[in-house]
Every structure is written in structure tokens, then in C-alpha cells.
Design a protein around this ligand. Sequence first.
Ligand code: NCD
Ligand code: ZN
Length: 345
Amino acid sequence: MTQTLTLRRPDDWHLHLRDGEMLKAVLPETARHFARAIIMPNLVPPVVTGAQAAAYRDRILAALPEDMRFEPLMTLYLTEDTDPADVAAAAASGLIKAVKLYPAGATTNSASGVRDFDKVRGVLEKMAEIGLTLCVHGEVTDPEVDIFDRETVFIDRVLDPLRRVTPGLRVVMEHITTSGAADYVRGSDTDLGATITAHHLIINRNHILVGGIKPHYYCLPVAKRESHRVALVGAATSGDARFFLGTDSAPHTDPNKESACGCAGCFTATNTMSLVAEVFDHEGALDKLEGFCSLNGPAFYRLPANEERITLEKGAPVSYPAHIVSGEGPVTVFDPGFPLHWRVA
Ligand code: NCD
Ligand code: ZN
């Protein structure tokens, strides 16, 4: 007998769609299963103003195959020159659902991010006032700080002080990778949530480094030791509504990944639902999957959950293409290294 599981259609609360040929190639991979996604603004140049977000939204909708439905939830890339009035207008019109904070230099295309947090105080205060979410890439960029400690140090040095001086600011810690980040979320009020990726539920740093370097497992924040992965699985499967799925699916072409200086990012859009279902099943927590993928995110963003349903079926191992084809080159699909038994019917 086939085991099935029906969920409200999921959303992805952290997604990189890129632009041009890459956008065309990766958008259907997300729209096939997800109703909505928070669209990351780290294009080159970044999506900084409401007008730029509106234009990007139009390009996304133009790239959507006719037989698919998908709602891009737009974000603005916070810079030291961001105008609080422009942010407020873009939020009031319904165009944007969040603003993204990249510490300058923290990750792919983050050069225009924030260096001096005093310079964004006005924007953050306006956001707290209007209830607009700040999505945070939570890593310090101080070269003195070990890359495996950058999330932990960010919480102490930047995030906690920033939240204290901006009461009421709603914050999502994006793609958390440590037990300390999960604990910090649990110890906070309901103004703080966190996204967790599928790949951080699956890989630890050994997967990246043992037996030869695996560029397709390299992303930022980099996967940490096994105890942290276990803590993330615990948070995701706990039913705590402050944790929800944000895939951080981040396409880079194979030549750009398999290089002497490979780009950070795992591409998971194609098989995310199979990945997370496998993890939740392994934990005996399939009853928490709908919360994590379809309910907790909308609740945090104060949006309705999707009415439509999807059905997952468990059976013989599912196979996915090793890579998807884009006009810019092939993009490798994340390989968990174990068989996946759940598919979206
Ligand atoms: C992302 C990208 O490629 O845009 N890369 C990644 O490793 N996650 C940027 C980001 O979210 O850090
Ligand atoms: Zn990201």
C-alpha cells in the first residue's frame, strides 16, 4: 500500500531566482511545487528600490511558463543609502514583504550590503513601526573570525544589540546552521523566526571535506559539525512555529562551482519536498511537515496559508536529474547521498 501525505501547498521563505536565462531555467523548478517564495534581491546590481523590485517581479512573472502559477514575494536589498520612505511605500503597496540585510562581503553578491549599522537605523525603525520583516544573513565578515564561528559571533555582536535598540522589529534569521541560533530563536519572543534549508538538515561539514572536496555541498553559511545538523533537525521537526522552510536554493553553473574558487550555494529547488519529507519521515515527524513547509512561514509573515493541497507519495526511490540545463550552463541538483522515497504526486 502506498503511503500518502496531503499538505497545504508549501512556500519557500528564502529563494534565489537570479535573472535572464538562469531565471528561466530555475523558476519552473520552484513553481512546480511551491505557491510563493520570498525572492532574494542579491542580483548584480542588487534590487535596492521599490521600482527595481517591481521591474524584477515583472521579469519573474514573464519567465513563468503559462501553465504554472506562482507568486513572487519581493524583497529589497538593504544598503546604507536605502530610503525609509521608499521602503514604506513599497510595503504599503503590497509589493515587498521583507527587506534583506547582508553584512557587506558576507556572501555571493553582498558587496553593496551594510558596513555601518548606524546608517540603517532610520530604515529599521521605520520597518519596526510598519511591521515589515527584516531577513538577516547572520554572519560577521571580520577576517579574524573563523568561518565556522561567524553565525555565533553575529548573534552576539550584531543581531542581539540591533534587536534591543529596535524594539518591535520583526526579524527572520535566514538559513540558520547552528544549535546556538536555534536556541536564540527559542529564547526570544514571537518577533523572531528562522528559516532552515533542506540541505542543512542533511549535510554536515564532513560531507563537504572528507574524501575530497565537494563543491556542490559548499554554501554560506557553511554547514557545521554534526551536532549542529542534529539540532537543526530537532528545531525543524519540533512543531515550533518560529522555524520554517527557506530553501536558499542558489543556482550557480557547474563551472562556477567546480573551480579553484568555487561559488557558494546549493541548488535544491528541484527535490526539496522529497528531501524534507525523507528527513521528517526518518525522525517520525511527518505530522510536523505541513507546519514547517506550509503553515509556520505564512503565520510569521501574517499571510494566509495556501488553500490548495499537494499530495506526497512514498514508494520506490525517486530519481531526479543530476543537473538542470540553463542558457548559462548546467546547474547540479543537490544530491543528498541517500535514496529519496517521497515524491510529489
Ligand atoms: C547565496 C547565493 O548564491 O546567492 N549563496 C549561498 O551560499 N547561500 C547567497 C546567500 O544566501 O548567502
Ligand atoms: Zn540565500
